[in-house]
Design a protein around this ligand. Sequence first.
Ligand SMILES: Cc1ncc(COP(=O)(O)O)c(C=O)c1O
Length: 438
Amino acid sequence: MPMEREAQGAALQGSQRVTTRVETHGEPKIGIEEFMSICERFGFSVDTLERIRAVVSEEDWGEGPFLANYYSGLPETKVQAFERAAREIFGVPYAMGLSSGTGALHAALVGAGVGPDTEVICAALGFFATASAVMLTGATPVFCDVDDSLHLDPTKLEALITPKTVAIAPTHVMGAVCDMGPIIEVAQRRGLKVIEDCAQACGATYRGAYVGTLGDYGCFSISAYKIVGGGEGGLLLAKSHELWERAAQLAEAGGLWRPDRFAPPRYAGELFPGTNYRMSELEAAVDVVQLRKMPDAVARFRRAKRAILDRLQTYREIQPQRSNDPDGDVGYTLRFFPRDVELSARIAADLRAAGVDAAARGPNAAPDWHSYAYMYPLQTRSAWPPPACPVCDDLFERMVTVSVNQWSTDDHCRRIADAMNAVFDKHCTRDDNARAWR
Ligand SMILES: Cc1ncc(COP(=O)(O)O)c(C=O)c1O
C-alpha cells in the first residue's frame, strides 16, 4: 500500500521525510484510440464523439484511471450504484454485481452448499452454463424434463431427488417464467435450496413477484445479448445475509467484502477458497443505467407481444407455448410448436419471406447448447450422456421462435399478426377449439 510505504520511509529517514509515491504525472494510462473505439460502439453522434475525443486528449490522467470496484475513495463506486439500483428495483436486501452470469451461478451454488458428491436438478432446456457451473463446484447436474411451457416440469421433480440432492436450479427461458409455486413447494418440503437462473428473463414476474426474488438466490447475466446488458456482467440476488456472505466469499475471495478484510473467520465456514468474479467499474457504469431502463423496456415488450397475440387465429396443427404466467412474461419472444419438424421449417421460412423475424431448427439441425442433449462441455464426467428428456427433445426440435421488438408500433404488430395468420392459413387448418394464444 502506498501509505504504508510512505510511513516506513518516514521512519527510516527520520526528519528527512521521503515518499515512495510518484507525485508527478506519468503517461496517461488510457489509450485514446482504444477508448474512442469503445465510444463509437455506443453509437454517439459524430459531434459527441469529437467532444469526447477533445476531453480525453486534453485530460492528464496522471497515474491513470482507477477502475477497481473498491478503495476508490468515492462515496459510492459504480458497482455499488449498480447493486443499489438492483436492490431498489427488485425490492431485495442483498444484491451483488459480478463479472458474468456464470460467475453468479457458481457463487450461488457454492453459497447454497453445493459441492463434491452432491447433485443439483437443472432444467433440460436453458443454457449449458447452469449445469456447467454445477460441475465447477464438483457436483453433478441431474436434468429434469420440461413441460409444454418449455420450463422445468415440477411434476417430475420428486422422482429425481436423491439423498445427494442439495438444490434445484430452474431456468426461466427466453423471457418466460417457470412455475415457481410448485417448485418452491417441493424444495421446502424436501429441504432443498432454489437457485433461479434468470439470465434470459430479467424483469419477468411470477404471480406479481420478480423472478430472481422467489428462490434462495436469483442469478442474472448482464451480457450484451440480454434484456439488460452492456458487455459482460452478472447480478446475484440473495435472500439472506448469510447466503449473500457465502456467495461473496466465492466471488470475491480477496475478502474485500468483509468488514475487516484480513481478520480470522468470524464463524465456522465463513472463509474458504474462492475466486474473483468482481464486476468492473467500466461495466457497471453501463449496467447501472441499463438496469434502470429495464421496467420500461419490459412494459414495451409486453405491450407489443400482447398486440400480436390478440390478433392470432388458432389452428389444428399449431400448439402455442403454454405460459406459467401470461402477465409475467417479458415478451421478447413468441413461440409455438407446429405438428412436425418439416412443417416448422416451412412456416419459419415463409414467415421470414414475409418479413417476420422467425427461426426454427428444422431437419438435421446443428447441435445447440441450449438443450441438455447437446451440452458437450459436460462430457468430461461420467454423467454423460444424461438420461433422455423426451418432451424437451420433441419440443426443442419443433419449436418456432418469433422475435418481438419492444419498439414495434401497433401498426407493426398488426402487420406481423396478419402475416402470421396468412402463413398459418397457407399450411394449417383453422380450428376455434385449438389451444388459444396467451
Ligand atoms: C440461461 C443462462 N444461464 C447462464 C448464462 C450465462 O451468462 P454469462 O454469459 O453472463 O456467463 C446464460 C447466457 O447466455 C444463459 O442464457
